[in-house]
Design a protein around this ligand. Structure first.
Ligand SMILES: NC(=O)c1ccc[n+]([C@@H]2O[C@H](COP(=O)([O-])OP(=O)(O)OC[C@H]3O[C@@H](n4cnc5c(N)ncnc54)[C@H](OP(=O)(O)O)[C@@H]3O)[C@@H](O)[C@H]2O)c1
Length: 252
């Protein structure tokens, strides 16, 4: 899409024109939708994820500037990725998934990795990105609202949920004037949710439609709109932004 076409379609100057957005986790769900919306706002987009085929497909669909296939939990691969980047404007990290499990079922050998993954990944990304992101740009990480309520099987997810806002606020001070923000989502209707729920997906959607104050299910476009807003609103740093359609208010 040319710049002129974008401008005439949205009747205003595209908000990310001339900027470069990196999405780690950009081949599916919230990350892909954020990349799509960033493109529509005139940004150049760089996508990263593990599966090269799915990544290629996503990159072709949204006309990405480039792609990189690597595991974001691998610190060496992450360092190489950032080392190869030009100066960029924003980094959105959607790579990862929550860990649910009862204490008795936990694989004790993996617990350290599971707990650390989200937190350590944010630290690694911040360390690598701080000299690549231009002042005023932002790093955006994903957290959740579901883990705020204690429940059986939620001890690790709950601990990570509680820790992330503190980590993000501290990073915002440490790497200023680069901004750092956290999006805390409830249920979002993505391929990850479909995979986790299997044949219970439609039942869950219906339950949310009837119980959420917004009367509908939150989708990746909702979260992507928030992410693009955080990129463009340079007053936002160190914050956690809830987007769950009121799910935490009704314990759905
Ligand atoms: N969906 C929800 O209801 C929800 C709610 C709250 C928070 N979140 C969080 O939001 C984030 C995005 O969720 P989503 O629903 O959009 O998931 P998704 O549809 O599964 O997309 C995840 C993306 O991240 C990539 N990815 C996953 N692990 C990776 C790794 N280790 N290294 C590099 N890339 C990786 C995936 O591609 P590859 O598999 O090819 O690597 C894919 O592009 C996750 O962190 C999730 O925990 C989701």
């Amino acid at each position: 899409m040319s710049t002129a076409t974008i401008a005439s379609a949205i009747h205003r100057e595209p908000e990310l024109l001339g900027q470069t957005v990196v999405v780690i986790g950009g081949s599916s769900g919230i990350g892909l939708e954020t990349a799509r919306q960033a493109r529509a706002e005139g940004a150049k987009v760089i996508l990263a994820a593990r599966d090269p085929e799915r990544l290629k497909h996503a990159a072709t669909e949204i006309d990405a500037l480039s792609t990189a296939a690597f595991d974001a939990t691998d610190p060496v691969a992450l360092e190489r990725f950032f080392g190869d980047l030009p100066v960029i404007d924003h980094v959105m990290v959607t790579a990862g998934r929550p860990y649910y499990g009862r204490l008795v079922e936990m694989d004790l050998a993996k617990i350290r990795d599971v707990i650390g993954q989200h937190l350590v990944q944010a630290l690694y990304v911040a360390r690598n990105a701080m000299n690549k992101v231009r002042p005023g740009g932002t790093l955006i990480f994903m957290g959740g609202t579901g883990g705020r309520r204690p429940a059986i099987g939620m001890s690790i997810a709950g601990a990570v949920t509680a820790a992330l806002p503190a980590l993000i606020a501290n990073l915002a001070l440490e790497i200023a004037p680069v901004r750092v923000n956290l999006i805390a989502a409830g249920f979002v209707d993505t391929p990850l949710s479909a995979e986790l729920l299997g044949d219970q997906l439609e039942k869950r959607r219906n339950q949310l439609r009837t119980t959420l104050p917004i009367g509908r299910v939150v989708g990746p476009t909702d979260v992507a709109e928030l992410a693009v807003h955080i990129m463009t609103n340079t007053a936002l740093t160190g914050g956690t932004y809830d987007i769950d359609g009121g799910q935490q208010l009704v314990a759905a």
